[in-house]
Design a binder for this molecule. Structure first.
Ligand SMILES: Cc1cc2nc3c(=O)[nH]c(=O)nc-3n(C[C@H](O)[C@H](O)[C@H](O)COP(=O)(O)OP(=O)(O)OC[C@H]3O[C@@H](n4cnc5c(N)ncnc54)[C@H](O)[C@@H]3O)c2cc1C
Length: 641
């Protein structure tokens, strides 16, 4: 089976986390083995055929900026692109695309199979072999036998497969995903290695046959007229763009669901794993929101070449006959044919508080975890973790310092920080509200924020990084010009302002000040004051500059806050601190801190379970002890450390 039995990095799992991890490690020049249960299911979209969304679009942009693949793959295989929240503030605007799920998986699989340094093997990893507290390799099983493969770093990305148990009404079957077997064995091995595991659950709706649906009874939802791609690199939107359709459930749908709750594994107590509150099943919605007489459903095509449609909003684990009955009550679905029933899956994952910020296990050197196995949900969350874990697995082989992304510079850093300090009580997904500095962590500036890391670790080429530096330089030059150039009002200018619906000038004003007006864009400014040719910028630079100017005040406050927090991280904690006396700390944290005796606030933040509010309490105590805590002054919340 194996010609080579020794690799620098072994990645277990070829989902969204595993693909990014394997590509990152191999592109960084390390020999990489990707082991997966089914090599025909590489980069499979288990649920919704889409990439991005609110909070998730930011993750995709950051993956792209670091040199990952998800954004590029989404561009080449997207069939409807849409900017979300465009009527809201720029901090919460995100990109989403409807993907052709078959083409998405095919292109990603092709990249991996063509990638030098990566070997793909179909098999099941059941054991991790160790030398003391360090990984030695994995034991891979397949029908004809098993073999030990040695590695210096191991990345585990088993998704929903560990002890996967699928539920569809009364029917239960072992499996990680419809038609795919579960991973049995690895959970026990992890427990033996001292990991504590959790049981979570997620679900998916039935798939419907397109030709059996009457879309005329639904509301057409087209994509953006000028679709914008995810990647800042050399990609194109190449596939024909298609529509989605909006419809709703109704009282009749809800009655059928309510009448059959006794057959639901969710309500009958069969499902023990905890599901995502923010993404409830339709039976959950009907029970929890009895006052709502309808719930919206988006009908999304799965692929240009398939007759399957994904009804987004009716995830369910009710029996298939009940699913068919309630779907038929939905306008346009009277004659619907189900291609496949919906189901729920329970699976094992680890408590992510057992991980360092580089995703390496605290108790087992060289073992990294990424994706759903860390208690998250979603392709984007998985891919972002896979990329960071793959990079760090490679850096560890090279004995180089890890890549640690902070929550002040990235959404990925926010996610990592949340996972390793707070852990999870339900599948974790990204929201813009999780990022305190979201106004600075926008989609448009992801490349400026993060590409230096991608270049430093070797995932971005010199010319890619040079392109970003050039973009940054252009924005700075034009920004300076706008600040330094005054517009002197004359009759022509006042008339133009009238035409643009903007108040006339009472005297000279800087172009920067003028751009702060909500009704004016950079294109208007360049009409009012012809900008020098060498300062002309493209649409991307214009967007970043406009946002930086319009939100200048808020962004500056965030910058100061970040600097203050960074300084605070260096604050030393005196030796004699009595943690048992600090108000606001749990008994568990008091014990942990007393044992660890961190030297700085940053060290304290790295201890699992140390929450932002615990840090706040510690900071207040330390400052008071040092005589800096002013009487009555409120402790700051160092939530951004
Ligand atoms: C039924 C269902 C519903 C979902 N609903 C949603 C949703 O509504 N919203 C959302 O955001 N996300 C949803 N998801 C989750 C989404 O699919 C995952 O978050 C994402 O795919 C996780 O990526 P991953 O790489 O961590 O794992 P996966 O994509 O699950 O990939 C895991 C990989 O590991 C391999 N593997 C597992 N164990 C072993 C082993 N021992 N040896 C070798 N290979 C192994 C598998 O073959 C597979 O290739 C759903 C998933 C499922 C299954």
């Amino acid at each position: 089976m194996f010609h080579v039995k020794q690799f620098d990095v072994v990645v277990v799992g070829a989902g969204h986390a595993g693909c990014e991890a394997a590509l990152a490690a191999s592109r960084m020049g390390l020999s990489t083995l990707l082991v997966t249960l089914d090599s025909k299911k590489i980069a499979e979209m288990s649920c919704n055929p889409s990439i991005g969304g609110v909070g998730k679009g930011q993750l995709v942009k950051e993956i792209d900026a670091l040199g990952g693949e998800m954004g590029k793959n989404a561009d080449f295989t997207g069939i409807q692109f849409k900017r979300l929240n465009t009527r809201k503030g720029s901090a919460v605007q995100s990109s989403r695309c409807q993907s052709d799920k078959h083409k998405y998986a095919k292109r990603m699989a092709g990249l991996i199979l063509d990638q030098p340094n990566v070997s793909v093997v179909e098999g099941e990893v059941k054991n991790i072999s160790v030398d003391g507290a360090r990984v030695r390799g994995v034991e891979v099983f397949w029908e004809a036998g098993s073999a030990e493969v040695l590695c210096k770093s191991l990345v585990l990305t088993t998704g929903t497969f560990m002890q996967g148990l699928m539920h569809c009404g009364e029917i239960k079957s072992a499996g990680g995903r419809f038609g795919e077997k579960a991973s049995l064995g690895l959970s026990d091995c992890l427990r033996k290695q001292g990991f504590s595991l959790l049981r979570l659950k997620t679900g998916t709706p039935p798939r419907l046959i397109r030709s059996s649906i009457d879309f005329a009874q639904m509301e057409e939802q087209t994509g953006d007229r000028n679709p914008r791609k995810f990647s800042v690199w050399n990609t194109r939107i190449v596939l024909p763009q298609v529509s989605c359709f909006l419809t709703h459930t109704n009282q009749q749908t809800h009655k059928i669901i309510r009448d059959n709750l006794h057959r639901s594994p969710l309500f009958g107590g069969e499902i023990k794993g905890i599901g995502p509150r923010y993404c409830p099943s339709i039976e959950d919605k009907v029970v929890k929101f009895p006052q709502k007489d309808r719930h919206q459903i988006f009908f999304e095509p799965e692929s240009l070449d398939s007759d399957w449609v994904y009804p987004n909003g009716i995830s369910t684990s009710l029996p298939s006959d009940v699913q068919e009955a309630f779907v038929k009550t939905i306008p346009g679905c009277q004659n619907v044919v189900l291609a496949r029933p919906g189901y729920a899956v329970e699976y094992d994952c680890i408590d992510p508080r057992q991980l360092e910020r580089n995703f390496e296990a605290k108790n087992l050197s060289g073992v990294f975890f990424a994706g759903q196995i860390n208690g998250t949900s979603g392709y984007e969350e998985a891919a972002a973790q896979g990329l960071v874990a793959g990079i760090n697995a490679a850096l560890s082989v090279r004995c180089m310092p890890p890549l640690i992304l902070s929550r002040t510079e990235s959404y990925i850093g926010v996610m990592i920080d949340d996972l390793v300090t707070l852990g999870v009580s339900e599948p974790y997904r990204m929201f813009t509200s999780r990022a305190e500095f979201r106004l600075s962590l926008r989609e448009d500036n992801a490349d400026i924020r993060l590409s230096e890391h991608g270049y430093r670790v070797g995932l971005l080429k010199r010319e890619d990084f040079a392109q970003v530096k050039q973009r940054k330089y252009k924005i700075e030059c034009l920004g300076r010009y706008l600040r330094e150039t005054q517009l002197i009002p004359n009759e022509g200018i006042q008339k133009q302002l009238d035409r643009l619906g903007s108040p006339q000038l009472s005297g000279p004003q800087s172009l920067n000040q003028l751009l702060k007006r909500p009704e004016l864009g950079l294109n208007n400014i360049s009409q009012l004051a012809a900008l020098p040719g060498e300062l002309q910028v493209d649409e991307m630079c214009a967007e970043t500059l406009e946002l930086e100017v319009k939100y200048e005040g808020y962004i500056e406050i965030q910058k100061q806050e970040i600097i203050r927090l960074q300084k605070m991280q260096q604050l030393s904690i005196p030796n004699g601190v009595e943690y048992s006396k600090i108000a606001g700390l749990s008994t568990e944290l008091r014990e942990k801190l007393s044992t660890a005796r961190p030297k700085t606030l940053a060290d304290a933040a790295n201890i699992s379970g140390v929450t932002p509010s615990a840090l706040s309490a510690l900071l207040y105590h330390v400052k008071k002890k040092k005589g800096q805590g002013k009487k009555g002054s409120r402790p700051v919340t160092p939530s951004a450390i």
